[in-house]
Design a protein around this ligand. Structure first.
Ligand SMILES: [Zn+2]
Length: 406
């Protein structure tokens, strides 16, 4: 890991201290010992002698990004303690740090394994995002999951998610997860077999999580699933449901009343439909974009998330689809920074560039207010003031160092 001097200054960029405030042009972000020490114009911020200066002229600077829907379930994560640091660093870079993600919420994976990954990151052995996790998601009984041969073909780890059929099991399984230290609970309202969790079962799970102040995420397959989850008291809807048609006023009103947050995951549905006829693909996109647009128009909270681990890691399509749904650059920035920090109880230390906040910062090459694709064009990613990603530029000899590919 790169060891940097304690004082770092990002100088000359356009700084978005938050999604709602006017950006500071030709700004300075001064970082001291992992925290933001000062932010302002060049005239306002004095840069002490001995500070390491990163020239950010022509760049855009924002708080570090959150991906609020990821999974550490691909085969490459099997047995984290046995994976060499160099491999883990590369895997975390390919998925997170090269795109500016400094925090991620894992919504179903083997908690024991994911916790080891987090431990190795937090110990400073490898560079990666802050990891939050629900552990394995709770399923209805007899879910009808795909056989091992398909799981293997898809490249995923074999898991045995807990199944619950009644309140007693719901209480026992959610307590077991919470006692093992997870940061939230994930549940699947309905399963491929069409079995589903009843509202009282959902309510039991929600009560257990809320008793400890932890959020409940739901995977819905339809608007009816969304309603059932909300009636049970769930907090975060982890997907749109493009197969089920538009969300009517009853669904939107229930989401609003419950103060639910939505993770749209538009890109994965488009990607899953890639083998279908073009007209069928267009139908999926129109449906999911319409659902997100309706929620945006209702002033709802949106958390950026891609179902990373099940989809190609480049987030550029997600940004473009969110734009298609009528979200402005600033609204998308909120879904990446302040909205998740608030929702997950971290808004006093994360999500903004403000004195005293952790120095989780992204330096973008272009101007995302003019071209949203610039959000995926990252020059530096800093976490706690450490550079955890830096784009490889032309070497002094003029040989082009290959940019990462997959
Ligand atoms: Zn998922």
């Amino acid at each position: 890991m790169t060891v940097l001097p304690i004082l770092i200054a990002l100088v000359g960029g356009t700084v978005y201290v938050s999604p709602t405030e006017e950006p500071i042009r030709n700004g300075v972000v001064l970082i001291n010992d992992g925290k933001i020490a000062a932010v302002g114009t060049r005239a306002q911020v004095r840069i002490p002698h001995g500070t390491q200066v990163l020239d950010c002229s022509g760049r855009t600077i924002t708080a570090g990004f959150w991906n609020s829907h990821v999974h550490f379930t691909e085969r490459k994560w099997i047995d984290v303690p046995g994976i060499p640091a160099v491999d883990l660093n590369q895997q975390l870079q390919d998925m997170f740090t090269r795109y500016g993600f400094t925090a991620a919420f894992d919504l179903s994976s083997i908690w024991e394994n994911t916790r080891r990954l987090r431990d190795r990151i937090e110990a400073g052995e490898i560079s990666g995002p802050r990891i939050y996790s629900t552990g394995l998601g709770l399923l209805p009984s007899n879910p009808g999951l795909p056989p091992d041969s398909i799981i293997n073909f898809m490249g995923w780890m074999k898991t045995a998610p807990p199944e619950v059929s009644d309140e007693a099991q719901a209480q026992a399984e959610s307590r077991k997860l919470l006692e093992s230290g997870v940061d939230g609970i994930k549940l699947f309202v309905s399963a491929p077999s069409r079995s589903s969790l009843g509202e009282s079962v959902i309510q039991t799970i929600v009560n257990e999580a809320h008793r400890l102040g932890k959020p409940v995420f739901v995977h819905p397959n339809s608007g009816a699933d969304v309603l059932a989850a909300l009636r049970g008291g769930a907090d975060v809807i982890a997907h749109t449901t493009p197969q089920s048609g538009p969300w009517d006023q009853a669904i939107l009103a229930a989401m609003k009343e419950r103060r639910a947050a939505l993770i749209p995951t538009l890109w994965i549905w488009k990607w899953y439909a890639r083998h279908d006829r073009r007209s069928a693909q267009d139908k999926i996109v129109t449906s999911e974009v319409g659902q997100l647009r309706a929620w945006v128009q209702n002033g709802g909270t949106i958390l950026f998330g891609t179902d990373l681990g099940a989809v190609d890691p480049d987030p550029i399509e997600e940004y473009m689809l969110m734009t298609q749904a009528g979200m402005s650059f600033r609204q998308i920035l909120a879904s990446l920074t302040t909205a998740p920090a608030e929702r997950f109880g971290q808004s006093n230390t994360l999500g903004r560039i403000a004195p005293g906040f952790q120095a989780d910062v992204v330096v973008l090459k272009g101007d995302p207010s003019k071209d949203i694709r610039s959000l995926a064009n990252v020059q530096y990613t800093l976490r706690d003031g450490k550079t955890i990603y830096q784009v490889r530029e032309f070497s002094p000899g003029g040989n082009r160092v290959p940019i990462l590919s997959y």
